[in-house]
Design a protein around this ligand. Structure first.
Ligand code: F0G
Length: 463
Protein backbone atom coordinates (compact mmCIF):
# COMPACT_ATOMS: atom_id res chain seq x y z
CA UNK A 1 0.00 0.00 0.00
CA UNK A 2 1.23 3.42 -0.93
CA UNK A 3 0.11 6.65 0.61
CA UNK A 4 -2.43 8.29 -1.72
CA UNK A 5 -2.29 12.03 -2.34
CA UNK A 6 -4.95 13.88 -0.44
CA UNK A 7 -7.53 15.71 -2.48
CA UNK A 8 -10.28 17.98 -1.24
CA UNK A 9 -12.94 19.93 -3.11
CA UNK A 10 -13.34 22.27 -0.16
CA UNK A 11 -11.95 25.69 -0.98
CA UNK A 12 -10.72 27.10 2.29
CA UNK A 13 -10.06 30.77 3.03
CA UNK A 14 -6.47 31.22 1.75
CA UNK A 15 -5.41 33.29 4.76
CA UNK A 16 -5.30 33.08 8.52
CA UNK A 17 -6.71 35.77 10.73
CA UNK A 18 -4.31 37.68 12.96
CA UNK A 19 -6.40 40.72 13.77
CA UNK A 20 -10.09 40.51 14.57
CA UNK A 21 -13.00 42.89 14.84
CA UNK A 22 -15.90 41.76 17.05
CA UNK A 23 -19.39 41.84 15.59
CA UNK A 24 -22.37 42.50 17.83
CA UNK A 25 -25.38 40.26 18.30
CA UNK A 26 -28.77 41.92 18.76
CA UNK A 27 -32.21 40.45 19.35
CA UNK A 28 -35.06 40.66 16.89
CA UNK A 29 -36.89 43.05 19.24
CA UNK A 30 -33.88 45.35 19.33
CA UNK A 31 -33.58 45.24 15.56
CA UNK A 32 -37.26 46.09 15.16
CA UNK A 33 -36.74 49.23 17.23
CA UNK A 34 -33.46 50.12 15.53
CA UNK A 35 -35.03 49.80 12.09
CA UNK A 36 -38.02 51.91 13.07
CA UNK A 37 -35.68 54.56 14.47
CA UNK A 38 -33.75 54.49 11.16
CA UNK A 39 -36.95 55.31 9.23
CA UNK A 40 -36.93 51.72 7.92
CA UNK A 41 -33.88 52.68 5.85
CA UNK A 42 -30.84 50.36 6.32
CA UNK A 43 -28.53 53.19 5.15
CA UNK A 44 -29.50 55.03 8.35
CA UNK A 45 -28.63 52.16 10.69
CA UNK A 46 -25.45 52.38 12.71
CA UNK A 47 -22.93 49.80 11.46
CA UNK A 48 -22.43 48.51 15.01
CA UNK A 49 -26.06 47.36 14.97
CA UNK A 50 -25.46 45.18 11.88
CA UNK A 51 -24.19 41.61 12.31
CA UNK A 52 -23.22 40.83 8.70
CA UNK A 53 -22.81 43.91 6.55
CA UNK A 54 -23.20 43.31 2.82
CA UNK A 55 -24.16 46.85 1.89
CA UNK A 56 -21.15 47.11 -0.41
CA UNK A 57 -17.82 45.53 -1.32
CA UNK A 58 -16.35 49.00 -1.77
CA UNK A 59 -13.61 49.97 0.66
CA UNK A 60 -14.93 47.53 3.25
CA UNK A 61 -12.49 44.64 2.92
CA UNK A 62 -9.66 43.42 5.14
CA UNK A 63 -6.12 44.48 4.29
CA UNK A 64 -3.17 42.13 4.47
CA UNK A 65 -0.19 42.39 6.79
CA UNK A 66 1.90 43.28 3.71
CA UNK A 67 -0.40 46.20 2.97
CA UNK A 68 -0.25 47.46 6.56
CA UNK A 69 3.54 47.12 6.56
CA UNK A 70 3.72 49.26 3.41
CA UNK A 71 1.50 51.86 5.05
CA UNK A 72 3.93 52.27 7.94
CA UNK A 73 6.86 52.61 5.55
CA UNK A 74 5.12 55.07 3.23
CA UNK A 75 6.57 58.30 1.87
CA UNK A 76 4.33 61.28 2.61
CA UNK A 77 6.28 63.81 0.53
CA UNK A 78 4.08 66.30 -1.26
CA UNK A 79 5.97 65.92 -4.54
CA UNK A 80 7.77 62.91 -5.95
CA UNK A 81 6.86 60.48 -3.13
CA UNK A 82 8.37 57.02 -3.53
CA UNK A 83 4.93 55.58 -2.71
CA UNK A 84 3.66 57.23 -5.91
CA UNK A 85 6.41 55.61 -7.97
CA UNK A 86 5.64 52.24 -6.42
CA UNK A 87 1.97 52.63 -7.39
CA UNK A 88 2.93 53.88 -10.84
CA UNK A 89 5.09 50.85 -11.49
CA UNK A 90 2.33 48.46 -10.32
CA UNK A 91 -0.28 50.17 -12.50
CA UNK A 92 2.08 50.23 -15.48
CA UNK A 93 2.98 46.57 -15.13
CA UNK A 94 -0.66 45.48 -14.85
CA UNK A 95 -2.31 47.86 -17.32
CA UNK A 96 0.55 48.94 -19.59
CA UNK A 97 -0.83 52.51 -19.58
CA UNK A 98 1.70 55.31 -19.74
CA UNK A 99 0.24 57.93 -17.40
CA UNK A 100 -1.08 57.44 -13.86
CA UNK A 101 -3.35 60.04 -12.30
CA UNK A 102 -4.11 59.06 -8.69
CA UNK A 103 -7.47 60.11 -7.20
CA UNK A 104 -9.24 59.70 -3.86
CA UNK A 105 -11.71 57.16 -5.32
CA UNK A 106 -13.22 55.95 -8.59
CA UNK A 107 -15.76 58.72 -9.12
CA UNK A 108 -13.03 61.37 -8.91
CA UNK A 109 -11.27 59.69 -11.84
CA UNK A 110 -14.61 59.70 -13.71
CA UNK A 111 -15.10 63.38 -12.93
CA UNK A 112 -11.64 64.30 -14.25
CA UNK A 113 -11.99 62.16 -17.38
CA UNK A 114 -15.47 63.23 -18.45
CA UNK A 115 -15.04 66.91 -17.55
CA UNK A 116 -11.95 66.87 -19.77
CA UNK A 117 -13.16 64.91 -22.78
CA UNK A 118 -16.99 65.08 -22.94
CA UNK A 119 -19.29 67.94 -23.86
CA UNK A 120 -22.93 68.79 -24.60
CA UNK A 121 -24.49 66.50 -27.16
CA UNK A 122 -21.84 63.75 -26.94
CA UNK A 123 -22.83 60.11 -26.45
CA UNK A 124 -20.77 57.67 -24.36
CA UNK A 125 -21.64 54.00 -24.93
CA UNK A 126 -20.90 51.31 -22.34
CA UNK A 127 -22.15 47.82 -21.52
CA UNK A 128 -23.74 49.42 -18.41
CA UNK A 129 -22.58 52.63 -16.80
CA UNK A 130 -22.38 52.45 -13.02
CA UNK A 131 -24.50 55.20 -11.31
CA UNK A 132 -21.56 57.51 -10.58
CA UNK A 133 -20.19 57.05 -14.11
CA UNK A 134 -23.58 57.89 -15.60
CA UNK A 135 -23.91 60.90 -13.29
CA UNK A 136 -20.50 62.26 -14.36
CA UNK A 137 -21.20 61.68 -18.05
CA UNK A 138 -24.50 63.55 -17.68
CA UNK A 139 -22.88 66.26 -15.56
CA UNK A 140 -20.56 66.92 -18.54
CA UNK A 141 -23.68 67.35 -20.73
CA UNK A 142 -23.29 64.02 -22.55
CA UNK A 143 -25.60 61.02 -22.82
CA UNK A 144 -24.66 57.74 -21.10
CA UNK A 145 -25.93 54.86 -23.26
CA UNK A 146 -26.14 51.26 -21.97
CA UNK A 147 -25.63 48.60 -24.67
CA UNK A 148 -25.32 45.33 -22.75
CA UNK A 149 -26.35 42.13 -24.58
CA UNK A 150 -29.97 40.98 -24.09
CA UNK A 151 -28.89 38.05 -21.87
CA UNK A 152 -27.48 40.65 -19.46
CA UNK A 153 -31.03 41.74 -18.65
CA UNK A 154 -32.45 38.23 -18.16
CA UNK A 155 -31.98 37.09 -14.54
CA UNK A 156 -32.40 33.39 -15.46
CA UNK A 157 -30.03 33.27 -18.44
CA UNK A 158 -26.94 31.16 -17.75
CA UNK A 159 -24.85 32.76 -20.49
CA UNK A 160 -21.26 32.84 -19.14
CA UNK A 161 -20.46 36.44 -20.13
CA UNK A 162 -23.63 38.39 -19.44
CA UNK A 163 -21.64 41.62 -19.11
CA UNK A 164 -20.72 41.66 -22.83
CA UNK A 165 -21.43 44.66 -25.02
CA UNK A 166 -23.95 44.24 -27.85
CA UNK A 167 -21.65 44.85 -30.84
CA UNK A 168 -24.47 45.48 -33.37
CA UNK A 169 -25.95 48.12 -31.10
CA UNK A 170 -22.51 49.68 -30.68
CA UNK A 171 -22.04 49.88 -34.48
CA UNK A 172 -25.58 51.29 -34.86
CA UNK A 173 -24.90 53.93 -32.21
CA UNK A 174 -21.71 55.00 -34.02
CA UNK A 175 -23.59 55.20 -37.35
CA UNK A 176 -26.45 57.11 -35.76
CA UNK A 177 -24.56 59.74 -33.75
CA UNK A 178 -21.26 59.83 -35.67
CA UNK A 179 -17.79 59.02 -34.33
CA UNK A 180 -16.98 62.69 -33.78
CA UNK A 181 -19.67 62.88 -31.10
CA UNK A 182 -18.36 59.83 -29.25
CA UNK A 183 -15.30 60.93 -27.26
CA UNK A 184 -14.80 57.48 -25.71
CA UNK A 185 -16.32 53.98 -25.58
CA UNK A 186 -16.38 52.46 -22.09
CA UNK A 187 -16.79 48.92 -20.80
CA UNK A 188 -17.33 48.05 -17.12
CA UNK A 189 -15.62 44.89 -15.82
CA UNK A 190 -17.34 43.16 -14.18
CA UNK A 191 -20.70 44.72 -14.95
CA UNK A 192 -21.78 45.85 -11.46
CA UNK A 193 -25.16 47.31 -12.38
CA UNK A 194 -25.94 44.18 -14.40
CA UNK A 195 -25.37 41.70 -11.55
CA UNK A 196 -21.55 41.64 -11.37
CA UNK A 197 -21.42 39.69 -14.63
CA UNK A 198 -18.13 39.30 -16.52
CA UNK A 199 -17.09 40.49 -19.99
CA UNK A 200 -15.22 38.03 -22.22
CA UNK A 201 -11.79 38.70 -23.71
CA UNK A 202 -13.29 38.18 -27.16
CA UNK A 203 -15.88 40.91 -26.49
CA UNK A 204 -13.24 43.32 -25.15
CA UNK A 205 -11.16 42.65 -28.29
CA UNK A 206 -14.11 43.21 -30.60
CA UNK A 207 -15.17 46.43 -28.89
CA UNK A 208 -11.57 47.58 -29.19
CA UNK A 209 -11.52 46.73 -32.93
CA UNK A 210 -14.71 48.70 -33.51
CA UNK A 211 -13.34 51.64 -31.52
CA UNK A 212 -10.05 51.59 -33.47
CA UNK A 213 -11.80 51.35 -36.85
CA UNK A 214 -13.69 54.53 -36.01
CA UNK A 215 -10.74 56.21 -34.31
CA UNK A 216 -12.57 56.41 -30.96
CA UNK A 217 -10.60 55.89 -27.72
CA UNK A 218 -11.63 52.87 -25.65
CA UNK A 219 -11.52 52.92 -21.82
CA UNK A 220 -12.22 50.22 -19.23
CA UNK A 221 -14.00 50.88 -15.91
CA UNK A 222 -11.63 48.50 -14.17
CA UNK A 223 -13.01 48.41 -10.59
CA UNK A 224 -13.29 44.61 -10.59
CA UNK A 225 -10.68 43.76 -13.25
CA UNK A 226 -9.16 40.87 -11.27
CA UNK A 227 -12.53 39.16 -10.74
CA UNK A 228 -13.19 39.57 -14.47
CA UNK A 229 -9.79 38.01 -15.25
CA UNK A 230 -10.71 35.01 -13.11
CA UNK A 231 -13.98 34.47 -15.02
CA UNK A 232 -12.06 34.62 -18.32
CA UNK A 233 -9.57 32.07 -16.97
CA UNK A 234 -12.27 29.70 -15.81
CA UNK A 235 -14.86 30.14 -18.59
CA UNK A 236 -13.21 31.25 -21.83
CA UNK A 237 -11.40 28.87 -24.15
CA UNK A 238 -7.65 29.30 -24.30
CA UNK A 239 -7.15 31.02 -20.94
CA UNK A 240 -7.09 28.16 -18.43
CA UNK A 241 -3.27 28.07 -18.34
CA UNK A 242 -2.72 31.80 -18.19
CA UNK A 243 -2.24 33.64 -14.89
CA UNK A 244 -4.79 36.28 -13.82
CA UNK A 245 -2.00 38.87 -14.24
CA UNK A 246 -1.38 37.80 -17.86
CA UNK A 247 -5.11 37.89 -18.54
CA UNK A 248 -5.47 41.35 -16.96
CA UNK A 249 -2.51 42.58 -19.04
CA UNK A 250 -4.17 41.29 -22.21
CA UNK A 251 -7.52 42.91 -21.26
CA UNK A 252 -5.87 46.29 -20.79
CA UNK A 253 -3.73 45.92 -23.94
CA UNK A 254 -6.86 46.42 -26.06
CA UNK A 255 -7.75 49.71 -24.33
CA UNK A 256 -6.39 53.26 -24.29
CA UNK A 257 -7.04 53.91 -20.62
CA UNK A 258 -9.04 53.03 -17.53
CA UNK A 259 -10.81 54.47 -14.54
CA UNK A 260 -10.38 52.58 -11.30
CA UNK A 261 -11.84 52.50 -7.82
CA UNK A 262 -9.10 50.94 -5.70
CA UNK A 263 -11.79 50.29 -3.06
CA UNK A 264 -12.68 47.15 -5.00
CA UNK A 265 -9.89 45.15 -6.67
CA UNK A 266 -7.28 47.55 -5.29
CA UNK A 267 -8.05 45.82 -1.95
CA UNK A 268 -7.81 49.17 -0.15
CA UNK A 269 -10.21 51.17 2.01
CA UNK A 270 -9.88 54.28 -0.15
CA UNK A 271 -8.21 55.31 -3.41
CA UNK A 272 -8.53 55.21 -7.17
CA UNK A 273 -6.90 56.35 -10.37
CA UNK A 274 -7.16 57.27 -13.99
CA UNK A 275 -4.55 55.65 -16.24
CA UNK A 276 -4.18 56.44 -19.92
CA UNK A 277 -1.85 56.56 -22.92
CA UNK A 278 -2.69 59.90 -24.53
CA UNK A 279 -0.12 62.59 -23.62
CA UNK A 280 -2.56 65.34 -24.53
CA UNK A 281 -5.44 64.04 -22.42
CA UNK A 282 -3.10 63.24 -19.53
CA UNK A 283 -1.79 66.77 -19.46
CA UNK A 284 -5.33 68.24 -19.53
CA UNK A 285 -6.50 65.78 -16.86
CA UNK A 286 -3.54 66.65 -14.62
CA UNK A 287 -4.49 70.33 -14.72
CA UNK A 288 -7.93 69.46 -13.43
CA UNK A 289 -6.48 66.97 -10.94
CA UNK A 290 -4.37 69.73 -9.36
CA UNK A 291 -7.51 71.83 -9.02
CA UNK A 292 -9.79 69.18 -7.52
CA UNK A 293 -7.65 66.36 -6.06
CA UNK A 294 -4.08 67.45 -5.40
CA UNK A 295 -0.56 67.47 -6.81
CA UNK A 296 -0.13 64.80 -9.52
CA UNK A 297 2.12 62.53 -7.42
CA UNK A 298 -0.54 61.97 -4.78
CA UNK A 299 -3.89 63.08 -6.24
CA UNK A 300 -6.43 62.47 -3.53
CA UNK A 301 -4.40 59.85 -1.68
CA UNK A 302 -2.03 59.83 1.26
CA UNK A 303 1.30 58.11 0.59
CA UNK A 304 0.12 55.21 2.76
CA UNK A 305 -3.03 54.80 0.61
CA UNK A 306 -0.85 54.52 -2.51
CA UNK A 307 1.25 51.86 -0.75
CA UNK A 308 -1.87 49.88 0.16
CA UNK A 309 -3.14 50.01 -3.41
CA UNK A 310 0.24 49.18 -5.01
CA UNK A 311 0.35 45.96 -2.97
CA UNK A 312 -3.41 45.31 -3.12
CA UNK A 313 -3.57 45.27 -6.93
CA UNK A 314 -1.26 42.22 -6.97
CA UNK A 315 -3.03 40.51 -4.06
CA UNK A 316 -6.32 40.82 -5.98
CA UNK A 317 -4.69 38.84 -8.83
CA UNK A 318 -3.55 35.98 -6.60
CA UNK A 319 -5.04 32.72 -7.90
CA UNK A 320 -5.81 31.18 -4.51
CA UNK A 321 -7.52 34.37 -3.42
CA UNK A 322 -9.60 34.63 -6.61
CA UNK A 323 -10.62 30.97 -6.48
CA UNK A 324 -11.82 31.44 -2.90
CA UNK A 325 -13.47 34.80 -3.67
CA UNK A 326 -15.53 33.65 -6.64
CA UNK A 327 -16.31 30.30 -5.01
CA UNK A 328 -17.63 31.87 -1.80
CA UNK A 329 -20.14 33.93 -3.78
CA UNK A 330 -21.17 30.90 -5.86
CA UNK A 331 -21.43 28.82 -2.65
CA UNK A 332 -24.17 31.12 -1.33
CA UNK A 333 -25.80 31.20 -4.77
CA UNK A 334 -25.85 27.37 -4.92
CA UNK A 335 -27.41 27.06 -1.45
CA UNK A 336 -30.14 29.56 -2.32
CA UNK A 337 -30.84 27.98 -5.69
CA UNK A 338 -31.16 24.56 -4.05
CA UNK A 339 -33.72 26.02 -1.63
CA UNK A 340 -35.66 27.53 -4.55
CA UNK A 341 -34.82 31.17 -3.79
CA UNK A 342 -34.72 33.07 -7.11
CA UNK A 343 -31.44 34.91 -7.73
CA UNK A 344 -29.72 36.46 -10.73
CA UNK A 345 -27.92 33.56 -12.42
CA UNK A 346 -25.10 32.71 -12.62
CA UNK A 347 -23.65 34.40 -9.54
CA UNK A 348 -21.28 37.23 -10.38
CA UNK A 349 -17.92 38.22 -8.94
CA UNK A 350 -18.70 40.32 -5.89
CA UNK A 351 -22.34 39.84 -4.95
CA UNK A 352 -25.45 37.68 -4.93
CA UNK A 353 -28.54 39.44 -6.26
CA UNK A 354 -31.90 38.21 -4.95
CA UNK A 355 -34.85 38.61 -7.32
CA UNK A 356 -37.46 40.23 -5.06
CA UNK A 357 -40.02 40.73 -7.85
CA UNK A 358 -40.15 36.95 -8.21
CA UNK A 359 -40.03 36.28 -4.44
CA UNK A 360 -42.80 38.77 -3.58
CA UNK A 361 -45.21 38.89 -6.55
CA UNK A 362 -47.96 40.12 -4.20
CA UNK A 363 -46.06 43.39 -3.55
CA UNK A 364 -46.23 45.82 -6.47
CA UNK A 365 -43.17 47.85 -7.51
CA UNK A 366 -44.83 50.94 -6.04
CA UNK A 367 -44.68 49.24 -2.65
CA UNK A 368 -41.02 48.36 -3.00
CA UNK A 369 -40.68 44.56 -2.74
CA UNK A 370 -36.86 44.55 -2.71
CA UNK A 371 -36.84 47.14 0.07
CA UNK A 372 -39.23 44.94 2.04
CA UNK A 373 -37.16 41.79 1.59
CA UNK A 374 -33.93 43.55 2.49
CA UNK A 375 -35.47 44.91 5.70
CA UNK A 376 -36.72 41.41 6.51
CA UNK A 377 -33.14 40.08 6.29
CA UNK A 378 -32.13 42.69 8.86
CA UNK A 379 -35.07 41.92 11.17
CA UNK A 380 -34.55 38.17 11.03
CA UNK A 381 -30.78 37.96 11.09
CA UNK A 382 -29.06 41.35 11.44
CA UNK A 383 -28.00 41.16 7.77
CA UNK A 384 -27.76 44.35 5.70
CA UNK A 385 -27.89 44.32 1.89
CA UNK A 386 -29.03 47.03 -0.47
CA UNK A 387 -32.21 47.50 -2.51
CA UNK A 388 -31.58 47.92 -6.22
CA UNK A 389 -35.13 48.60 -7.30
CA UNK A 390 -37.79 51.26 -7.43
CA UNK A 391 -36.66 53.21 -4.35
CA UNK A 392 -33.18 53.52 -5.87
CA UNK A 393 -34.10 54.03 -9.52
CA UNK A 394 -37.82 54.85 -9.66
CA UNK A 395 -37.73 58.64 -9.27
CA UNK A 396 -37.66 60.39 -12.68
CA UNK A 397 -36.09 63.82 -13.32
CA UNK A 398 -39.65 65.21 -13.86
CA UNK A 399 -40.68 64.17 -10.34
CA UNK A 400 -42.84 61.17 -11.30
CA UNK A 401 -42.15 57.61 -10.17
CA UNK A 402 -41.71 54.68 -12.58
CA UNK A 403 -41.16 51.03 -11.59
CA UNK A 404 -37.49 50.04 -11.94
CA UNK A 405 -36.55 47.41 -14.56
CA UNK A 406 -35.75 44.88 -11.82
CA UNK A 407 -36.39 44.57 -8.08
CA UNK A 408 -33.16 43.20 -6.63
CA UNK A 409 -31.52 42.90 -3.23
CA UNK A 410 -27.73 43.02 -3.66
CA UNK A 411 -25.65 41.22 -1.07
CA UNK A 412 -22.11 42.44 -1.81
CA UNK A 413 -19.19 40.70 -0.11
CA UNK A 414 -16.37 42.72 1.44
CA UNK A 415 -13.06 41.13 0.42
CA UNK A 416 -11.38 38.64 2.85
CA UNK A 417 -13.83 39.59 5.60
CA UNK A 418 -16.34 36.82 6.23
CA UNK A 419 -15.78 33.07 6.56
CA UNK A 420 -17.76 30.06 5.43
CA UNK A 421 -19.77 29.86 8.65
CA UNK A 422 -20.90 33.45 8.15
CA UNK A 423 -22.10 32.43 4.69
CA UNK A 424 -23.87 29.33 6.06
CA UNK A 425 -25.68 31.54 8.56
CA UNK A 426 -26.53 34.03 5.84
CA UNK A 427 -28.10 31.32 3.70
CA UNK A 428 -30.28 30.28 6.65
CA UNK A 429 -31.47 33.86 7.20
CA UNK A 430 -32.35 34.32 3.52
CA UNK A 431 -34.10 30.96 3.28
CA UNK A 432 -36.12 31.72 6.43
CA UNK A 433 -37.20 35.07 4.97
CA UNK A 434 -38.09 33.30 1.71
CA UNK A 435 -40.17 30.67 3.50
CA UNK A 436 -42.13 33.42 5.29
CA UNK A 437 -42.50 35.54 2.12
CA UNK A 438 -46.30 35.42 2.01
CA UNK A 439 -46.43 37.26 5.33
CA UNK A 440 -44.32 40.17 4.09
CA UNK A 441 -45.92 43.46 3.14
CA UNK A 442 -44.89 46.54 1.20
CA UNK A 443 -43.59 49.93 2.23
CA UNK A 444 -44.49 53.53 1.56
CA UNK A 445 -42.22 56.56 1.51
CA UNK A 446 -42.81 59.08 4.30
CA UNK A 447 -40.19 61.62 3.19
CA UNK A 448 -37.44 61.62 0.58
CA UNK A 449 -35.23 64.07 -1.31
CA UNK A 450 -35.66 64.46 -5.10
CA UNK A 451 -32.31 62.88 -6.06
CA UNK A 452 -30.52 59.80 -4.73
CA UNK A 453 -33.44 59.32 -2.39
CA UNK A 454 -32.51 55.80 -1.25
CA UNK A 455 -29.64 57.17 0.88
CA UNK A 456 -31.82 59.24 3.20
CA UNK A 457 -35.52 58.43 2.56
CA UNK A 458 -37.75 57.60 5.53
CA UNK A 459 -40.29 54.84 4.95
CA UNK A 460 -42.92 52.92 6.86
CA UNK A 461 -44.49 49.50 6.45
CA UNK A 462 -47.99 49.39 4.93
CA UNK A 463 -50.39 47.58 7.28
N1 F0G B 1 -17.59 52.03 -11.25
C1 F0G B 1 -18.16 50.92 -10.74
C2 F0G B 1 -18.42 49.75 -11.63
C3 F0G B 1 -18.47 50.85 -9.37
O1 F0G B 1 -19.02 49.74 -8.87
C4 F0G B 1 -18.21 51.97 -8.54
C5 F0G B 1 -18.56 51.96 -7.11
C6 F0G B 1 -17.60 53.11 -9.12
C7 F0G B 1 -17.31 53.10 -10.47
C8 F0G B 1 -17.28 54.34 -8.31
O2 F0G B 1 -16.20 54.13 -7.47
O3 F0G B 1 -17.16 54.39 -5.17
O4 F0G B 1 -14.69 54.53 -5.58
O5 F0G B 1 -16.19 56.35 -6.33
N2 F0G B 1 -19.34 51.11 -6.59
C9 F0G B 1 -19.71 50.98 -5.19
C10 F0G B 1 -20.74 49.89 -5.04
C11 F0G B 1 -20.10 52.26 -4.53
O6 F0G B 1 -21.30 49.73 -3.92
O7 F0G B 1 -20.99 49.14 -6.00
P1 F0G B 1 -16.06 54.88 -6.06
Amino acid sequence: MELQPFHSDIIIEPFRIRSVEPIRFTTMDERRQLLEKAGYNPFLLKAKDVLIDLLTDSGTGAMSSAQWAGMIASDESYAGSSSFYKLESAVQEITGFKHLIPTHQGRAAENILFTTIAKDGDVIPSNTHFDTTRAHVEHAGAEARDLVIDEGRQPRSLYPFKGNMNLDKLEQTIQEVGADRIPVIMITVTNNSGGGQPVSMENIKEVSNIARTHNIPFFIDACRFAENAWFIKSREEGYADKTPLEIAQEMFSYADGCTMSAKKDGMANIGGFLALNSDEWASQCRNLEILTEGFPTYGGMAGYDMEAVATGLYEALDEDYLRYRIRSIAYLGDKLTEAGVPIVQPTGGHAVYLDAAEILPHISSRQYPAWSFNNTLYLLGGVRGVEIGTVMFGMQPNGTEQPAAMELVRLAFPRRMYTQSHVDYLAEVIISAYEQREMLGGYEIVSAPQVLRHFSAKLKPID
